[in-house]
Design a protein around this ligand. Structure first.
Ligand code: MG
Ligand code: MG
Length: 268
């Protein structure tokens, strides 16, 4: 059952999303060769608690940490460890926080130092596909319209769209209805209505769309061990249109990225 949010609840959720946005911005300055994902995890946990929130993933389905840290061929749900990141790696950081009873959940894939231009293109296309999908999240459209838009855009570049993992409704629960696949058919699935809040999160593979689950029960990697990227935003439907609750503004500031791409989805 889809839980529709009131305007008041959407404002509370904006703060939960921004806790995560600020945390990703803090991490953007810390991601560099020689730093371990476990170190970054501890920084994130402290930073989330300083903001009056609690880590959203820690203990959720028994996940052991604050961040899902998925380097290179890992797609999502990687567990932080002491292995230092190295020049040329990419690291997908997925972060959740709960504040005032509601969750924020968003993700960014960072370059560690200088990366291969082919991998940079994968990151750029995956990030752009997220906004392509968000544009379709509006009253009158359906779940399949978002999935179709992301899949169509991504496959044109020759990349693999992961099928087994999807976006989701967001609220008092981390995972609410509806599921939001990154593939689909136009006009299919649940209809979007005012007050829906979802996390849209394309997971895009440089090579095959096929995945492999590790023996730890968590980590998911690409079957061909080629790199994978993951970007995620939290979005509400307000006045019929998609409104971003999360933002990459803090990441962009930290990395010196100048862009106006989010302006289209700001509160009017
Ligand atoms: Mg997430
Ligand atoms: Mg999510």
């Amino acid at each position: 059952m889809i839980k529709i949010k009131t305007r008041e609840e959407i404002e509370i959720m904006r703060e939960s999303a921004l806790v995560v946005s600020r945390t990703l911005g803090m991490l953007a300055k810390e991601v560099k060769p020689g730093v371990s994902t476990l170190y970054l995890d501890k920084l994130a946990e402290e930073f989330i608690r300083e903001q009056g929130a609690i880590p959203g993933f820690l203990g959720l389905y028994d996940f052991p940490n604050t961040l899902c840290m998925s380097p290179n061929s890992q797609i999502v749900h990687g567990i932080p460890n002491k292995t230092p990141l190295k020049e040329g790696d990419i690291i997908s950081i997925d972060c959740g926080a709960k504040k005032n009873g509601f969750y924020g959940d968003h993700a960014y894939t960072f370059a560690v130092g200088e990366i291969d231009s082919k991998i940079q293109k994968l990151l750029d296309v995956t990030k752009e596909s997220l906004y392509v999908g968000i544009r379709e999240f509006k009253v009158g459209n359906r779940v399949g319209d978002v999935g179709f838009a992301i899949q169509n855009f991504t496959e044109k570049h020759g990349y693999g769209v992961v099928r087994e993992l999807v976006g989701h409704g967001l609220g008092r629960e981390m995972h609410e209805d509806p599921e939001m696949p990154n593939y689909g058919k136009r006009g299919r699935g649940k209809k979007f209505v005012e007050g829906m809040v979802v996390a849209i999160e394309p997971m895009t593979n440089l090579g095959t769309q096929k995945i492999r689950q590790h023996a730890d029960g968590w980590t998911i990697t690409t079957l061909d061990n080629k790199p994978s990227a993951h970007f995620e935003h939290d979005i509400a439907i307000v006045n019929g249109k998609p409104e971003l609750l999360s933002t990459f503004k803090y990441v962009n500031e930290a990395l010196g990225i100048v862009t106006d791409v989010e302006d289209e989805f700001r509160a009017s």
